[in-house]
Design a protein around this ligand. Structure first.
Ligand code: ATP
Length: 438
């Protein structure tokens, strides 16, 4: 018997439909027709969210099977046919790639996965890694999908969540889905280990508006709860479902750094810094402020308009506050390094003070300054006394120590919210995919 690890990426189009996870769902059915046994849950792997040529969430899939030796030709035949028939080749951004590895996953693939979360990888380098490991690689058009496909095979899911996705047929392109929102709210309340279903107002955040085959996805930390919650949701037009194991909401894309002068374009980082300027709104409602690290290197932090109330919550920061920031660095921002904020943690708030003038001790009139270093004088009776000095009072800060995060609408797939339930998986022996209703 041999283990077969299959990675696929870049089959879909943001405007013309499809979704690589849907192709993965169809592959699960097609590959079950040959004698292959699913070894582990199907995997939905998110890679560097700052890749400029991603369609949406930079997702790839990996399916791991066990079956008779020498089956790779049958697997490749099914893969090629399915990718050929289902990918949106007309879209210039769609450049499919698939990878088959037999036996153990090579260490070099695990390294590519780690790098694919943080860097922009060179396709020829990735192909070389694949060929050196005797993997089977098949790419179409510019073959860029091979990067995600190979990285997905090397994925480390020691930290993970789940997503139960309900699909409609690939040919359905409507932007609206028929989902009963009250049943989704009920599912959310019934299964508290699920998250990212509805926002604080009860409006859905798990139903896409694109022409893709996903009707909705229920994310959570327990596979059985995700599936049970999905069963409670009343939706029309479904065709199949898959329960994916995924690196979503694990902050896997984040690298801890001490020195912000070393920020690399396209990376996502977390650093402890000191606020260096008052936050200011600029055109478009984006909020900016500068920060510095221990070595006095500075960077700009940006909370863009789509992060909504997050901007208002952090607008009360003041120079001297100590915070931890999480965010991504984009190429156009370098050398004026800008960290596009995903969340912040307030570690320490500086004391803020306000000065006011005392009342006149003689006539209780208001007093005013007579100029720099010249003391105060009563505006009413003209009294000038040495005892009249400005009164300094501590200002109550609107901010509190702790994490501040944007609303779910603004979360990236890999973003780890503080509200995520602790991972306490119950044993799950049920199916990972199926046709029709879950
Ligand atoms: P979906 O989430 O709907 O599957 P997508 O956002 O994943 O869409 P893709 O069409 O897969 O979009 O585009 C991402 C492309 O970027 C793929 O070709 C993938 O191989 C490539 N890619 C992924 N990570 C990296 C990386 N770190 N460096 C270079 N290319 C990458």
């Amino acid at each position: 018997m041999t283990r077969y690890h299959i990675g696929v990426d870049s089959t879909d189009s943001a405007t013309m439909g499809m979704c690589t996870t849907y192709l993965g769902a169809v592959l699960l059915e097609k590959l079950s027709d040959i004698p292959l046994e699913l070894l582990s849950p199907p995997e939905l792997i998110r890679l560097n969210p700052n890749v400029p040529w991603k369609t949406r969430g930079n997702g790839a899939v990996c399916l791991r099977f066990e079956g008779p030796d020498g089956l790779w030709e049958d697997i490749l035949f099914i893969l090629e046919n399915t990718i050929w028939n289902m990918s949106v080749f007309e879209d210039p951004q769609t450049n499919p790639g698939c990878v088959i590895v037999q036996g153990e996953v090579p260490e070099s693939f695990k390294e590519i996965y780690q790098r694919a979360l943080h860097e922009i990888l060179d396709l020829d380098m990735v192909k070389e890694v694949g060929f050196t490991a005797d993997a089977i690689l098949k790419g179409w058009k510019n073959e860029r999908g091979l990067i995600g496909a190979l990285a997905a095979v090397g994925a480390d899911l020691s930290e993970h969540t789940y997503e139960a996705i309900l699909y409609r047929p690939g040919g359905v392109k409507d932007r609206e889905r028929k989902v009963d929102i009250s049943s989704l709210q009920k599912a959310t309340n019934s299964y508290p280990t699920t998250f990212f279903n509805v926002d604080e107002k009860g409006d859905p955040v798990c139903i896409p508006h694109s022409p893709c085959p996903v009707i909705l996805g229920i994310r959570g930390v327990d596979p059985s709860d995700c599936l049970e919650a999905l069963k409670l949701v009343e939706a029309e037009g479904y065709e199949r479902w898959v329960l994916w194991k995924t690196n979503q909401h694990t902050d896997s894309h984040i690298e801890m750094v001490d020195d912000i002068s070393e920020l690399k374009p396209y990376s996502s980082i977390s650093a402890e810094v000191i606020v260096d300027s008052l936050p200011k709104y600029r055109d478009g409602g984006h909020l900016f402020f500068t920060v510095k690290d221990n070595g006095d290197h500075t960077a700009v932090c940006a909370a863009y308009e789509p992060t909504k109330e997050f901007r208002g919550k952090i607008s009360g920061l003041a120079p001297g506050d100590r915070i931890r920031v999480w965010g991504s660095v984009r190429k156009e921002d370098v050398p004026d390094i800008t960290i596009n904020l995903e969340k912040i943690e307030i570690k320490d708030l500086i004391g803020q003070y306000s000065d006011s003038n005392p009342r006149c001790p003689k006539c209780n009139g208001s007093t005013g300054s007579m100029g720099k270093g010249q003391g105060l004088r009563c505006k009413k009776c003209g009294y000038r006394g040495e005892e009249m000095t400005p009164i300094r009072e501590k200002v109550e800060r609107s901010l509190k120590i702790g994490l501040i995060e944007p609303p779910p609408d603004a979360w990236r797939h890999l973003f780890k919210p503080s509200s995520i339930p602790e991972l306490k998986e119950k044993p799950y022996n049920g199916p990972w995919w199926g046709s029709g209703a879950p």
